[in-house]
Design a protein around this ligand. Structure first.
Ligand code: ATR
Length: 286
């Protein structure tokens, strides 16, 4: 049990619904191991109350917050400053209180690229095929482009959304993204040119674990196949890719690394990443 005092710094998680978030146990484990007087608390924010929740951070002893679904875009209206990358992405998942101001960041894309680098894979000069064009895809596409990806194919059920994202990336970071439909022939052609495939949709997430975002016909053994879904740890897509002989990257690394980056922003300290990974994996595999 954390012993709180009037000096305890609060980090909030604002979203709705907040049912099964792993961030509280991951961050509280990290705060406690580092011996710092911080506490991470989920606050389910009802529709229409986000502005009041953000204002409350300045009344109480908040060091910052995480913002999650459905408030990652709306929150931008209520903060004082926004980091360049978060502005380009159009979404904020981390707030930091500094000098009486609230500053917004997006650590999702960086969490993914760090997870990729931890596997010994540098995105610089590589070609990526992203499945999906929602909020998560936006974070990944901008971060991968910023890290020097040679090209990013963005394939989405709703082509127009992929097209808007590709145009946004090309406008901000120079020409390196192309929008595609989810048709198998189109995907196959893009896959042949790509080194990495990433599922950024929620397809395959518990409890609908029998679904895959693409047909297994699209996969070949040279492709690194990544999923941002982390429950289950090994999605149907990753199981299928592994059975074909593809190297794979599970989604929990992105969860841990986005949290680790947020921890650095709130505390200025180096997070205990191994312990954070262990506590997340413990929860996911019971
Ligand atoms: P997030 O912020 O988590 O990325 P989102 O913004 O709702 O969530 O985006 C979800 C993504 O998954 C979208 O790209 C969505 O495709 P559409 O733009 O066509 O809606 C994609 N997606 C979700 N369910 C899907 C399904 N059953 N088949 C194909 N794509 C799906």
């Amino acid at each position: 049990m954390i012993n709180t005092t009037v000096n305890t710094k609060i980090v909030g998680l604002f979203g709705n619904p907040l049912g099964h978030s792993l961030s509280p146990i991951m961050q509280n484990t990290a705060f406690s191991l580092c011996g710092i007087e911080y506490i991470y608390i989920p606050f389910q924010v009802e529709p229409g109350y986000l502005e009041k929740a953000i204002k409350a951070m300045m009344i109480f002893n908040f060091a910052g917050a995480n913002i999650t679904i459905p408030y990652k875009t709306e929150v931008i209206k209520y903060i004082d400053e926004i980091d360049e990358m978060a502005k380009a992405i159009g979404a904020v998942n981390t707030l930091v209180v500094k000098n009486k101001k609230i500053i917004g960041y997006n650590t999702d894309g960086m969490g993914f690229t760090q997870s990729l680098k931890n596997k010994g894979f540098n995105p610089k000069g590589k070609i990526f095929l992203l499945i999906g064009a929602g909020g998560a895809a936006r974070g990944l596409a901008f971060t991968l482009a910023f890290e020097g990806a040679a090209h990013i194919f963005i394939a989405n059920r709703t082509f127009e959304k992929a097209d808007i994202l590709a145009q946004d990336v090309n406008r901000v970071l120079g020409s390196c993204a192309t929008a595609l439909s989810l048709e198998e022939a189109v995907l196959r052609d893009a896959e042949k040119k790509s080194q990495v495939l990433i599922n950024t949709t929620s397809i395959g997430m518990y409890p609908d674990t029998e679904y895959m975002p693409i047909s297994d016909e699209v996969l070949r053994p040279e492709l690194l196949v990544c999923d941002i879904v982390y429950n289950p740890v090994k999605t149907k897509l990753l199981q299928t890719a592994e059975s074909i002989g593809c190297p794979i990257l599970e989604g929990y690394g992105m969860l841990v690394n986005q949290g680790a980056e947020a921890f650095r922003l709130w505390t200025g300290k180096e997070p205990p990443i191994d312990a954070m990974t262990r506590v997340v994996l413990d929860k996911l595999t019971i």
